[in-house]
Design a protein around this ligand. Structure first.
Ligand SMILES: Nc1ncnc2c1ncn2[C@@H]1O[C@H](COP(=O)(O)OP(=O)(O)OP(=O)(O)O)[C@@H](O)[C@H]1O
Ligand SMILES: [Mg+2]
Length: 214
């Protein structure tokens, strides 16, 4: 495959979507890089419908394993329909969340077991790992405070999780960071948005010099 697959991870409110918007602006205005910005789960019709089911406030009674399977199903469809064609076309693929989110949220947060969720996702992705994962690290309270400060009367099912849940999720991300030192890059995301964005761009430039050389 000619393209490069980069994923972005972190707690809710850690700034993934905000930083990716800035990176996209940079790519558009300052480079001729052929890229695809997409998100997990979703990005195509089937996966978006699964996402709606997952985030629906009415799905509160959803069983944890059902949730894990739906995320994996959505991921599979997104991979096949959206990510793989872009990689085959040689694009830089920037993906907001991927397998590590499931390991951290379903494996550790919901306590289904990180190894079990890794295995489930290995089946869903046929083992496709990103080249690079940028992880935005914040304590749960920081992420939750940001979300609450900017909330416009919208609440989804995951927002209702406790801080203890998010602590388990963060610990799991930090564990992945030590398990995969080559792939995983941790960024302190408590800093100002412009600082986090600049640091993210530096990491991309350093790790993908051939793409960013122009
Ligand atoms: N570094 C930052 N400092 C202060 N506020 C920030 C920072 N980064 C993002 N925010 C604000 O925090 C809120 C959440 O950010 P954002 O939506 O980018 O997080 P996210 O990681 O994409 O969350 P989710 O996983 O829920 O999609 C937004 O309102 C955003 O403007
Ligand atoms: Mg987001």
């Amino acid at each position: 495959m000619k393209g490069k697959f980069v994923t972005f991870e972190g707690l809710d409110g850690s700034g993934k979507t905000s930083v990716l918007k800035r990176i996209e602006k940079y790519l558009q205005q300052k480079t001729t890089i052929n890229y695809l910005l997409t998100r997990e789960p979703g990005g195509n019709q089937i996966a978006e419908r699964i996402r709606q089911l997952l985030l629906d406030a009415n799905s509160l009674g959803m069983d944890s394993r059902t949730e894990a399977l739906l995320y994996a199903a959505s991921r599979r469809q997104h991979l096949v329909e959206t990510v793989l064609p872009a990689l085959t076309a040689g694009k830089l693929v920037l993906c907001d969340r991927y397998v590590d989110s499931s390991i951290a949220y379903q494996g550790a947060g919901r306590q289904l077991g990180e190894a079990e969720i890794a295995q489930l996702n290995n089946f869903a992705t046929d083992g496709l790992q990103p080249e690079l994962t940028i992880y935005f690290d914040v304590p749960p309270a920081v992420g939750l405070a940001r979300i609450n400060a900017h909330r416009v009367n919208e609440i989804n099912r995951l927002d209702q999780e406790s801080e203890i849940f998010y602590q388990r999720v963060r610990r799991s991300y930090l564990k992945l960071n030590t398990t995969f030192p080559e792939r995983f890059i941790k960024i302190d995301a408590t800093a100002e948005l412009s600082e986090v964005s600049n640091e993210t761009l530096r990491v991309l430039q350093n790790r993908l010099p051939l793409i960013f050389k122009s």
